[in-house]
Ligand binder design. Sequence first.
Ligand code: GDP
Length: 310
Amino acid sequence: MIVVLAGGVGAARFLQGLVQIVPQNEITVIGNTGDDREFYGLHVSPDLDIVTYTLAGVVDETHGWGIRNDTYNTMGQLTQYGNDDWFMLGDRDLATHIHRTNLLRQGKTLSEVTDDLRKQFSLGIRLLPMTDQPVATHIVTPAGQLHFQEYMVKRRCVDVVQDVLFVGVQEAQPAPGVLDALKEADAILLAPSNPIVSIGTILAVPGIHDALHETSSMIVAVSPIIGGTPIKGPADKLMSGLGMEVSAVGVARCYRDFLDVMIIDKQDAHLVSEIEDLGIPTIATNTIMRDEESKAALARKTLEAAGLSF
Ligand code: GDP
């Protein structure tokens, strides 16, 4: 079994490569739920949905989220009623959130609902939320403590980052299957996702970091930072706000106490020795996932780094 720790867009694209090489029933994805939030009374799980929609081939690729060719009639009507429209939800996408919320209100866990949605989209992978308990990523800024969606989507990352909090994480437990998956994996791959608010959130769930420390599985991470900047998203602002170096070295430092191999972009090949000085063998290769071939090539390289061949 290959286990992948995943955020949203970067992870989903990496997984598109992995499923070209590894049968879906040999892949377990552990997804970030710190970005989850209620909108209009509905439970939205952005990262789990991005992974599901992307692997199902229905994602709106121009946004990286939502469903391709969706309509926005419900949002239009909601804004006429005076509701905010900073977090856009298409009509078909809303059906996912209504379905999820309905099942949660009937007493199902987030794991059960996520598995139901996975099946609705005919995916063969196992998709586990990091936890079934509510955890909310908050960004501390001079303007106050903002929910991550408010910081990123509503205010477009303009605020200075002073701290990042995972509200509720101390009371959270890894979702059923998460710790066993980490213990029994043939390899654990950290997707090129935000190291603070995607992978970092997963690592903050009590028990997960220790499981990575204790597992005998090979752990390989792909840097989402290339040439000192993320391809997308606020990883640079979050890392610098927390006093970290915004580079593949900074990413490697986040994972140094359990990581076996780091994969960085070939543009950053000059950083290999600096990361290896941390005690982490490092491979420089193309990590920009432009098309199906480059996604598959990166997945193959990552599996090879873990000592597996397919
Ligand atoms: P989010 O929740 O949608 O922001 O999802 P992630 O945390 O999974 O993805 C954001 C990260 O993915 C950013 O830091 C990007 O730099 C990274 N990313 C996106 N596309 C690529 C790519 O093609 N290659 C690499 N190496 N990183 C990527």
